[in-house]
Design a protein around this ligand. Sequence first.
Ligand code: SF4
Length: 298
Amino acid sequence: MPHTLDPALRRALAERVRYYNELGIYDFYQRGPAVQESAVGTAAGIAPLLALSTALQSETREEMAARKSAVVAPVADESIFEAHTPKPEYSVTDPVTALKIIREDLGECTRCKLHEQGRKQIVFGVGNPRAELMFVGEGPGADEDAQGEPFVGRAGQLLNNMIKAMGLQREDVYIANVVKCRPPGNRTPEPDECDTCSPFLMRQIAAIKPKVVVALGATAAKNLLAMNSSLGDLRGRFYDFKPAGVRSNDPAWPGARLAVTYHPAYLLRDPRQKGEAWKDLQMVMKYLGLKASSGAPK
Ligand code: SF4
């Protein structure tokens, strides 16, 4: 049955949808019949939000077209349980363009408190937009913050050695982090910061479509897998991985595997674990058909 919305309610819902889009959230889910009522939409549950989300597509398209050269594709084949406002990059198949759109959408981001805690710049990600292999770390450190590139300090050198040992070059892979701004004092990013920033990482992964994602350390593993197990429990196997926000049965998503290993910074503190990390990388190499260029990374 079509939903007839009171104009004031429609305006309130439109503001809510735009607010979520500004946060990088484009997906709205109806988990079941018992929809929790909220101040906006109390009378009709989430259904008007889903309907309005779709109705706002054309407005969003016009806004995005003014800001970007890309055209937003319409949503197709939505299930009754899952509705997605199309992300602006969905209409392009070229990952280079898609990543540019995501970067533009991120802008000079102030979505979480890390923007005002001493960051010099946003560290978006680096590497081959068509990479088969992607590494995801926790967040930028001092060197990364200064240079605007992930994994360029001592941990970055070790990651480079790990990549070379796998028979690849740094330029062959794509490297990003869960959060894109340096947490002060290199502290672990807090859950709200990860939750706010990670939708952009998910969109990067969806654009690049790597065959394998390697989560470096517990923060990356827990955020990508939405699991709260220890790193030791998460290592040693592949997970079927689909970035949050990619639709179920999306034909554009070819599927990916995710492996978990130690963060290079941890390996610098405890080099005895390098052998274990090498085992994780060898599992990835076997799957990708890579030949080691030398022995375990030093
Ligand atoms: S960490 Fe991410 S969400 Fe937070 S301000 Fe930086 S770019 Fe924005």
